[in-house]
Write a protein that binds this ligand. Structure first.
Ligand code: ATP
Length: 271
């Protein structure tokens, strides 16, 4: 019997979910990504954080193929994304600012998305209804989404990102607008997904959630990786307590009290 053994590089290819090398992206004169390098393995929950404008959404949009003009290399599940579209079926995405089609009902929207992923309409319809039921919003399955609250729309977006059981999930502020009960459901779901070998790429400004759910945290600033490690690694290096404090220290921000004081002075002007 011949024994099939994978070489070390083949093994690392199999385990690689996202591989980014020397990623650069400019918007005109604005150098947004300045050499991002990342190796993410399957099953990791990555907290991808950074100040406003640091380049988080740009990185994600680039990986999703929504921005195609960049320098560097992006591989998903071992394959370069340039010229490839098949990988998109293995990815789910909850965008930060959703261009949700308000005039559609949740059923119309979710079956449309599912069909784009190559699912049969029967299967996507069944799964979409069941997931909405578990989120407590099955009653509005056939209502237009323009009538939905912010949290209800967010639940539909989450359903649309997982309906096809993707291998990698990109989440940009996914808990935005969700009530505390639904937040607990989603956090639990993400942990279960990671246990199944799914990769989660989680971008958020809510530091205590990132601290709790991620097994690896990547902090970027000015389009470069500032820190990369487990929460315990970051804590050891910066000697700060919470992720919020570590984040403020690493991004060099100490002026919150002075800025709030100056804002108060402006608000109270003319009294
Ligand atoms: N389509 C675009 N055209 C021009 N500039 C852009 C475009 N998209 C993003 N930028 C610029 O790229 C920079 C990074 O934006 P990006 O949305 O990636 O930041 P972010 O880290 O996700 O920020 P936030 O935390 O505020 O969501 C910003 O300076 C932004 O103005």
């Amino acid at each position: 019997m011949t024994e099939m053994k994978l070489s070390q590089s083949e093994q690392s290819e199999v385990l690689s979910a996202i591989s980014i090398k020397e990623l650069h992206k400019n918007f005109g004169d604005n150098k947004v990504l300045n050499g991002i390098d990342l190796e993410v393995k399957q099953g990791e929950i990555i907290g991808y954080i950074g100040p406003n404008g640091a380049g988080k959404s740009t990185t994600v949009k680039l990986i999703l193929g929504l921005i195609d003009d960049y320098e560097g290399e992006v591989k998903i599940l071992g394959k370069d994304i340039k010229g490839d579209v098949d990988y998109k079926r293995k990815i789910g995405y909850v965008p930060e600012a959703a261009d949700i089609y308000d005039n559609l009902t949740a059923r119309e929207y979710l079956t449309f998305v599912g069909e784009l992923y190559g699912m049969s309409i029967e299967l996507v319809d069944k799964k979409a209804f069941a997931l909405m039921d578990l989120f407590g919003i099955k009653d509005v399955y056939d209502s237009r989404m323009s009538s939905f609250s912010k949290g209800m729309k967010q639940k539909v977006l989450i359903v649309s990102s997982i309906i096809h059981n993707p291998d990698i999930l990109f989440l940009d502020e996914p808990l935005s607008g969700l009530d505390a009960n639904s937040v607990m459901v989603v956090k639990e779901l993400l942990a279960k997904q990671a246990l199944k070998g799914k990769t989660i790429f989680y971008s958020s400004h809510i530091m205590d959630v990132v601290e709790r759910i991620s097994n690896r945290i990547i902090i970027i600033n000015n389009g470069k990786v500032l820190a990369d490690g487990s929460f315990d690694d970051l804590k050891r290096e910066s000697k700060e307590g919470s992720l919020e404090e570590i984040f403020n220290e690493l991004t060099g921000f100490k002026q919150h009290k002075e800025i709030a004081e100056q804002m108060m002075a402006i608000i109270e002007e003319g009294e």
